[in-house]
Ligand binder design. Sequence first.
Ligand code: FPP
Length: 257
Amino acid sequence: MTARPSVHQAATADELLARLRVHGAVPRHVAIIMDGNGRWARERLLPRPLGHRSGMKAVRDVVEGALAAGVEYLSLFAFSQENWQRPATEVGALMSLLEEYIAREVDELREQGVRVRVLGDLARLTPPAARAVERVVGETAGNSRLTLNLFISYGSRAELVRAVRAIAADVAAGTLAPDEIDDATIAQRLYTADCPDPDLLIRTSGELRISNFLLWQIAYTELFISPVLWPDFGRRELFEAIVAYQSRDRRFGRVTV
Ligand code: FPP
């Protein structure tokens, strides 16, 4: 397994949590590209779906970590549009895991104050997965402590195409003039319309790619690449990323004086 020395390597999750509470502002919105389930399974000579199953446990720990840290929005890239091209057995296993995750977690998520939203082309979900999604979204809709955005069957370019079509339809209908189109016109037509842009984007497993995730929304987002494979990622690693984020100088294209 890859291991890279870190200044916080010896610190426990509790120590890092205490540190981030005094260190600076907590990012309101953390987005994560959860990567490395397949490699985690291969290293253990296990089938890939077992890597995803361990990845599901990591999701639980990271949601609890986000709640403890006071993050308001957590966006997880769980299944891309490209992932539909994986072998049918793996796609089926991922759909079943989504159902299982919701069945296991819905009560606790609701009690913890988590509002779950599932963003993407949901028409492609299997009927049982679609029913599970409807259930968790409906049962947690009244919560506001943490918004958990699960991106399923999602691709950022497709999201932008959808937004452009909606804008074109408004222009064709005469309700929007071309010179009225600005950043907000586009942002309001994305799945993330009512979310602030991510402050911090984490990618696990050391890959240096964005992989068609939130291309519009991450214009000024701070990036954190973790060498840890997703099933081994947890609240400790989340806190480590937040502490690193708190040392960044966010300039949004301006200079600091
Ligand atoms: C990327 O690893 C991960 C995925 C494609 C699936 C992510 C799914 C989970 C974490 C579990 C289910 C989550 C929920 C919310 C129910 P990869 O398979 O591309 O890994 P590799 O690059 O090592 O092959």
